[in-house]
Design a protein around this ligand. Sequence first.
Ligand code: DGL
Length: 271
Amino acid sequence: MKLAQHAPIGVFDSGIGGLTVVDAVMKTLPNENIIYFGDTARVPYGIKSSETVKEYSLQITDFLLKKKVKMILIACNSVAASSKEAIQSRAGKIPVLDVVYAGALAASAIKRKHNLLGVIGTLATVASGAYEKSLRQLDSSISVFSKACPLLVPLAEEGWTDNDVARATLDIYLKDFKATAFDGLILGCTHYPLFKHSIREYFNNDELEIIDSANSIAEIAKTYLEKHDLLNPEPAGRFDCYVSDKPQRFQALAERFLGKPINRVEVVNMP
Ligand code: DGL
């Protein structure tokens, strides 16, 4: 048996958003050990420059590489949009998967009537045009209509995803989409699936597909690990959680979201 089969999968985000990816990975790959890093001292990333986001992401990549991960999942669209290549080149042979490609892949597969997809994301992700590029490569007939929703990340970090403030904020951001005929809405930020229920209620349209990257990236990871004989054959499923600040607060939010207790959340000081 190869040693790397037991190695953990590294997942990271600026904060709790990446837990939407962790949740999907836990369900799709229950044997796998996971190391999560949430950069709680420096969240949000989506309003920062791409240089700053790249610098932070490479520091986290180094941390995960020291933990001997067998794969890295970039569970942050803002990072994927600006730093995927830099992270892959730092990681060398360790595979790096990202949520933008995973989300675009899932979105390109839905049934379409209008050939128009909506994308909501952080300022960084929307300004980068990463979804447009990725979707164009997958299917050039798809058009994209995107909107930055910067206030949703702090609301999610606060646990305010289903109250009057969340609903009023969604109304301001999503109003334009209501007036447009489109096939699906891509949640282009890993914090946004936490609002899925409120978003679905807002559109009140069963035909509208709401696409997030979490299941898609988990499936891509599974296919890769199977193909390279890297699946953990033993029922391990250990979850180690690290943050750069405020572990108790993170632990409470994370346990509420994952619906199970987390052993311990450790603080790692970033340079
Ligand atoms: N959850 C992240 C994303 O997918 C980052 C949000 C933020 O820190 O602004 O973009």
